[in-house]
Design a protein around this ligand. Structure first.
Ligand code: ZN
Ligand code: ZN
Length: 413
């Protein structure tokens, strides 16, 4: 079993390097009941770091499944006003967040997809929910997403092991990915890691590509236009309150804003996508003028269709991210069934909303101004992986020069 020392180091890393809660600030932690032993350590570490108060929002996935199996769609669609009051409180009080994410892959497998979709749309509909989504995506305050194992997730990753061994193997893989070891200083490792990622962003920003061209043997042949004045981000960010934080742990990506209307060609997925508890696998999307005009999937095609039809922006992409195939998570050869890890093993893109920070001045722009800059807007953001060991990427500059960015799956600079 993982030692108490390691657990505490990881909790401290999440609170100090991740959310970076400031003295006098309130931290809200979202966690599953199965993760209670770890969430408690995060609460302690947050107070040690000077937090004024730590609020915990508990979720129980097994209970969520029971609700889906027993309550009507109409009941599940209801949004209680006291729940929205809480969300408003988080924004009014500029609290920062830590999400201890421990999803069960396929939690809702077998539930009527129509029901899942209707509930998801209704739950995202209230204005306060939309505002909170923008609050987070515009980095109004610090936030951080980390993961810890649960039994069913571990069994999915390591189906040939006993569940006890599977959980240990998943812990091992997660700790390696977030650079937590028995006798290292993970905070120092993360500072160095951030420097490497920032240098990568700077090189890409200097090229100021007009578009990127992706090709591999699986059949991907795709041109992704980038918005004018796009910014490559990755590693730590500065929130609008001036505090540095790491939104994702682990992270290996450099990502930017695609042009909502300039994506052409076909992309093939290389890892399954866990969407609302259902795994969509072996799929492709065909784009024209930025929009998905055709698609297919070997597994859960119906769910993919629902994802694409979620709202006006869900057939367009809001993020394009580059990750070398030769990266620590990719080299582990583990399929995590969890986007936080799998997206850091592979080039990916997201159907749905763009991050305002990925365009110059974006954090100060109104929603309309962002849209006019060709940022995509949607109430969802679903990353899927399409990188491979043989991915070739060419960057096209504004004067028409083609620059090799990836060769055989990896960055060339
Ligand atoms: Zn990403
Ligand atoms: Zn993303």
């Amino acid at each position: 079993m993982v030692s108490q020392n390691i657990l505490r180091k990881y909790a401290k890393l999440a609170v100090v390097m991740g959310s970076n809660v400031q003295p006098g600030q309130t931290l809200m932690i979202q966690g599953d009941t199965d993760s209670n032993y770890f969430v408690r350590l995060c609460v302690e570490e947050a107070y040690k770091a000077g937090a004024k108060e730590v609020l915990v929002e508990w979720n129980d996935q097994a209970t969520s499944r029971i609700h889906y199996d027993n309550a009507t769609t109409e009941t599940l669609k209801e949004v209680k006003s006291y729940v929205l009051d809480k969300t408003q409180y988080w924004m009014d009080n500029k609290i920062c967040r830590l999400n201890v994410y421990s999803p069960i892959p396929g939690l809702l497998e077998g539930v009527d997809p129509q029901k899942i979709q209707e509930v998801a749309i209704a739950q995202m509909a209230p204005k306060v929910r939309q505002e909170f989504k923008q609050f987070s995506m515009a980095n109004k305050t610090q936030w951080c997403l980390i993961s810890i194992p649960n039994k069913r997730w571990a069994e999915k990753c390591f189906p040939n092991e006993t569940s006890e061994t599977a959980v240990e193997l998943l812990w091992e893989a997660i700790l390696k990915a977030v650079h937590v070891e028995e006798d290292n200083d993970p905070i120092a490792v993360w500072k160095e890691h951030n420097n490497v990622l920032h240098a990568h962003n700077e090189a890409l920003n200097n090229y100021n590509f007009k578009s990127l061209h992706f090709k591999n043997s699986k059949g991907t042949d795709l041109e992704v236009g980038l918005v004018k004045n796009h910014i490559w981000c990755g590693g730590s960010e500065i929130a609008q309150n001036g505090v540095e934080f790491n939104p994702n742990m682990p992270t290996e990506e450099s990502f930017t804003m695609p042009d909502r209307e300039r994506v052409y060609g076909r992309v093939y997925s290389t890892k399954p996508l866990n969407y609302g508890g259902v795994l969509i696998d072996e799929f492709w999307l065909e784009f024209n003028a930025g929009k998905v005009v055709d698609f297919d999937a070997k597994e859960n095609r119906e769910t993919l269709a629902r994802l694409l039809d979620f709202d006006e922006g869900s057939r367009h992409i809001g993020e394009i991210a580059l990750i070398s195939d030769d990266s620590p998570i990719s080299n582990s050869k583990i399929l995590f069934y969890n986007t936080l890890f799998d997206e850091n093993a592979s080039c990916h893109m997201a159907l749905g909303a763009a991050y305002p920070m990925n365009v110059k001045g974006g954090l100060q722009m109104s929603e309309e101004e962002l849209y006019a800059a060709n940022a995509n807007r949607s109430s969802q953001h679903e990353d899927f992986m399409f990188g491979s060991h043989d991915m070739e990427i060419l960057g096209e500059t504004y004067d028409g020069t083609m620059i090799q960015v990836f060769k055989d799956g990896n960055f060339v600079f």
